[in-house]
Design a protein around this ligand. Sequence first.
Ligand code: GCU
Length: 689
Amino acid sequence: MQTMKFRRFFAGVLLLLFTLAAGAQAPDTLRILSIGNSFSVDAVEQNLYEIAADAGAVYIIGNMYIGGCSLERHAYNAESGAAAYSYRKVGADGVRTVRDHTALPYALADEKWDVISFQQSSPLSGNPYSYEPWLTRLIACVKARVPSASRYLFHQTWAYAKDALNPNFPNYGCDQAVMYASIMEASRWAAESHALEIVPCGTAIQNYRATWYRDNATRDGYHLNLVGRYTAAATWYCVLSGKDVRGNAYRPEHLTEGQVKAAQAAAAAAAESPYEVTDFGMRTNDVNYEEALIPAYRLPEMLRCADGTKVQGKARWEEKRRAELYALFEREMFGRAPAAPPSLHTELLESATGVLGGLADRRQVRIHFAKNRYMDLLIYTPAGAEKPVPAFLGINFYGNHSITDDEGVLMTEQDALQRRYGVYPGLDRNKGESRAARGAQASRWPLELILSAGYGVVTFYRGDVDPDFDDGFRNGVHGVYYREGQHYPKPDEWGAIAAWAWGLSRALDYLEKDPSVDASRVAVLGHSRLGKTALWAGASDARFALVISNDSGCCGAALSRRGIGETVEIINRSFPHWFCANFKKYGGNEDKMPFDQHELLALVAPRPLYIASASADQWADPKGEFLAAVEASKVWQLYGYRGLKGVKMPEAGGAVSAGRIAYHLREGKHDITAFDWQHYIDFADNFLK
Ligand code: GCU
């Protein structure tokens, strides 16, 4: 506080000296007196002086303050001369002073004010019947005493935050939109009927709220926070100077460049259109790809238990904190899946040796969940392997037959649902094709590379467990586990991703019995939405010996609070079936999430984890994925492993590995390629061989 004061003081003195030394005239000085309440404290007492100073002007700012003061009370005070105000002033040198027990006539005579402003108290601000005759009487008193003033303003105040607990909010049905509309009507009427210039702070704040920073302009639901105050001051500056505040170089402490940009745009747009919200870009639905526009965020503390105690060793992590975090992700994001069934009926559909040009043996196994509900596993192992082999287990997008040209792979049957959505690559409806072409996704499964490295490959089709669209959870495995009378998962029960992850565990159940694969050496992997799935499977089932997430992005490995590329809100809107109903409340509300994705990664510790991104896949926020891996490393460190702490993000094409955590940034688009697989194989060789 002290240093701020000094800084302001010096800025003021420097400005004066500079102008005098330059032999120029004294800078433009404008004297502004606001007759207000705590809302004028928010708007004019900070930032306004500094914004003007940056533009080469000196503002002397007075604020006659009484908490919650209405026009009625101001009018009485003006007429009676009651010494009821705290007179607060920012001098020409930027220094703040406060004089309590001050009467309005005193303040009116204190400076040769150029500008005087009036405002209504917030509970009444949207009620036009509360303005008169008080505004008329107040203006008359002021005008009689201040002949110098040439400009009179009406300070339009703002609506409360949507979730404000203000006792006056019921005046507006506790509805921000209603309050905003009421303030617009009343303030327009007040300004127009008294020929006052409007200072449209209410609209500026509403403009800011319409950006991806949302309803985050107040500190308690009605008083402005740092960015709200800056927005209001910027609005005052636009009106007072007639200039555009965009590009002003003054920066209040603690605001990000993105917030400043949004606040300046919100103010400038309000000055143009004082009574309606303007779309100037940065809308909640717009996607941000600029690092500089990321909101300031703080990650939740991974190594502090809910009871406040610190996690200092792996014992505490294992006994307490890990379980706490797992329970949060389960309840608030993925949803609780049923326990492993005691047994599932499995059926060997087919097997062959020496397939894929002699490279592999193949088995196809059906796992039955219920009558007519099953998933088909495709298993390749290196031909003639004498011992059970380590393997990569991953779900495929479009059916087992889509991962290879191998004619022996059974065409996935349960794809009728997915077909409706026409998402199969290479599908030609005109030719009557109804499913993905055989081998359509072969580039994502470089079988030769994997098998010749000594690994098996196990896969199944996502739609076998749950079709990937919002079907009200009617067509997938969910229905098998509904209790009597249940038709929909509860808010904390499994969405599609948790169901797919559950399917991965069921595949592992089977592999524990299969002679060709060593179930204790299975790496679970997935690309994109199936990479999110692999992470949750790895977190949920410690039998997975290694976990690989390829381009998993938002709600996978990328930190949600960065709000860059795909966001929680967008994902919930586009894929409402992926996460449980509890997760919906975090759209645009990432700060309220009791976790972030680094903590999901940490749930895999101390097992090895590989995170990969692609340079052109900004939608998935490669940097956010890397940062999450770095943060998560703290848990591997509890186990004495190095982790990625202090490691620099690699350039496109590069990889970094710190023992049990590795990361690479492939050059190119959203995909999983032989480049990715080669890295996974090399990494797995350290642990599964
Ligand atoms: C969409 C979605 C991503 C997802 C991806 C995929 O792009 O927005 O979250 O990862 O699909 O699964 O390919």
